[in-house]
Write a protein that binds this ligand. Structure first.
Ligand code: PGA
Ligand code: ZN
Length: 424
């Protein structure tokens, strides 16, 4: 049972404060979790509580969230059995009492929810993926490596936020990761030779100033080939458009033009015809349900259409997507919804209905590696956790290498099976 709950303000990878929680169980187990934070956040995400005190951390302090954990949440959950995750999370949600967790903050609730799960796993002497997933947790995810950063993660003219390498053709996770790393380093050399910047964006990808979004895809193709791989069958490409960020006055302000959803859809159809794209996240605005349904009807049989800002890991929004044939995949971010139970519910709702699920980091991260475990626990087959650079990104990849080693012969790599373009 939970004996005591501690919390503190620490820093995330952007140097902004975030919440860290420590849970002590009666058997002496102490476990810790830290909470990530987004920049291009969806309007429908659970509430991130910040102090708004301009005299500390430019208003971004989280001492109110920490105090809520120490004064209210801790005393309310002491005595709950740490293995009763659903009871715990229901207690947290009821204690907060608001629709989007704005009283105590989703950042406070999530820190506690994850720390308790880790404590239960540690107390049972099991790795988190095994504790949560049981004996059938054995699928290592394909990494979606975000190696070129644009949009609101970089200060360049590139509108699309993320360009992924998808090494689905490898035999194992570690091989796929190595292919991605070799291509990443090769890409750096190519950028240098062309006189383009090799500084890094928030998620560890390069952030060069480019003439168009397609130029980023051309650079990736060049890097894949130069690194000795076959674009498409070995390493495919993916995008996170994060289009809510440039949807203004009812239109998409894209590459200097003002486009409708139909015009954006035609643009993506053109990209899919010319590049080995397998996945496009947030191609349209988070409230453009009709545009999304049309886009999904046109592109969904070939491409994974991923809802991030659209679904915000929320089972209610996902259920609407399922009913209206909107997208065919959900991005899963623990802090968009605020408890582990709701996160796992979103994943299983997706999986039961033939949607894929992708475990994801945030652009503001910490050394916490929980999402690596969640990807394996749910056998979801895909993880998005940035470029293979910057320790807060690499920490997740390194944890997956450890999990792969621990699983040994039982480990399988999701590979191409997740992508209709290469399995249909
Ligand atoms: P965020 O970006 O963490 O800044 O929201 C990641 C994403 O859009 O997938
Ligand atoms: Zn996204």
């Amino acid at each position: 049972a939970i004996d005591a709950v501690g919390a503190r303000e620490i820093l995330d990878s952007r140097g902004n404060p975030t919440v860290e929680v420590e849970v002590l169980l009666e058997d002496g187990t102490v476990s810790r979790a830290a909470v990530p934070s987004g920049a291009s956040t969806g309007a429908f995400e659970a509430y991130e509580l910040r102090d708004e005190d301009k005299n500390r951390y430019l208003g971004k302090g989280v001492t109110k969230a920490v105090e809520g954990i120490l004064d209210e949440i801790g005393p309310a959950i002491e005595g709950i059995d740490a293995t009763e995750q659903r009871v715990l999370d229901a207690t947290l949600i009821a204690l907060d009492g608001t629709e989007n967790k704005q009283r105590l903050g989703a950042n406070a609730l999530l820190g506690v929810s994850l720390a308790v799960a880790k404590a239960a796993a540690d107390s049972a002497d099991l790795p988190l993926f095994r504790y949560l997933g049981g004996p059938n947790a054995h699928v290592l995810p394909v990494p979606l490596l975000n190696v070129i950063n644009g949009g609101s993660h970089a200060d360049t003219g590139v509108d699309i936020q993320e360009f992924f390498l998808v090494p689905h053709g490898a035999e194992t996770f570690s091989e796929g990761l190595r292919w991605g790393v070799e291509t990443y380093h090769t890409l750096k050399g190519i950028l240098k030779k062309k006189g383009l910047a090799t500084g890094l964006g928030d998620e560890g990808g390069f952030a060069p100033e480019l003439a168009s979004n397609a130029e980023a895809l051309d650079l990736l193709l060049e890097a894949i080939s130069a690194a000795g791989f076959t674009p498409g069958s070995d390493i495919a490409l993916g995008l996170d458009v994060a289009s809510s960020e440039f949807f203004e006055n009812g239109a998409y302000q894209f590459e200097g033009k003002s486009l409708s959803s139909a015009e954006m859809t035609a643009y993506f159809a053109g990209l899919a015809a010319n590049y080995p794209l397998v996945t496009i996240e947030d191609p349209l605005d988070e409230d453009d349900w009709e545009g999304y349904a049309a886009l999904t009807a046109e592109l969904g049989s070939k491409l994974q259409i991923v809802g991030d800002d659209l679904f915000v890991t929320n089972p209610v929004r996902l259920a609407r997507g399922l009913a209206e044939n909107v997208a065919n995949s959900i991005l899963v971010k623990v802090n968009q919804i605020g408890t582990l139970t709701e996160t796992l519910d979103a994943v299983s709702l997706a999986q039961r209905n033939g949607y894929t699920a992708i475990l994801s980091h945030r652009s503001g991260e910490t050394e916490d590696t929980t999402i690596a475990h969640l990807a394996v626990a749910t056998n979801c087959g895909q993880i998005k956790t940035g470029a293979p650079a910057r320790s807060e990104r690499v920490a997740k990849y390194n944890e997956l290498l450890r999990i792969e080693e621990e699983l040994g012969e039982a480990a399988i790599y999701a590979g191409s099976s997740a992508f209709p373009r290469y399995t249909a």
